[in-house]
Design a protein. Structure first.
Length: 157
């Protein structure tokens, strides 16, 4: 039986990085979760029945962001029980944090891939998920100094 894997990230560059892993999707019973934007609506057609969207939110609008984040947390819990993944693989960011923490309560393994964009600074999501990640992967060797327990995976691109 194939392992159930939830691939989750925010939209934009994080999703671009996550989708670079698409060659391995068919090895798993996979599911994709990201924020809904015009730029990624085509995922529903390409991966029929395997995609769910969260509400897009940006910290540039702090008041509405709080409500969007809360909604996304609740929807993430719903999706977790719907999918019941064995693994969560994420490239971040805020969209992925809550489900990673929630899933650890149920024994799901979390694999976090720190963004290619950071060569020598930690991301906020990286700082938050590093303590709970079963595997933490960096794309730059220089990041091993910041995350000593991480593994160097090389570039996704």
């Amino acid at each position: 039986m194939k392992k159930r894997v939830l691939f989750i990230s925010s939209t934009g560059g994080h999703l671009t990085e996550l989708m670079k892993l698409s060659d391995c999707f068919d090895k798993y019973n996979y599911y994709i979760v990201t924020e809904k934007t015009k730029s990624n609506l085509n995922l529903k057609d390409k991966y029929k029945g395997k995609v769910s969207y969260l509400v897009y939110g940006t910290k540039d609008h702090p008041f509405s962001y709080i409500f969007k984040l809360l909604f996304n947390c609740l929807k993430s819990i719903y999706l977790y029980f719907k999918i019941h993944p064995d693994y969560i693989i994420t490239t971040g960011t805020h969209t992925a944090g809550p489900i990673c923490y929630f899933s650890k309560l149920f024994g799901t393994r979390v694999i976090y891939i720190e963004t290619f964009a950071n060569i020598n600074t930690k991301t906020i999501t990286g700082k938050l998920i590093y303590p709970i990640a079963d595997q933490f992967i960096v794309q730059w060797e220089s990041m091993l100094e910041l995350y000593p327990k991480a593994k160097f995976g090389g570039w996704i691109f």
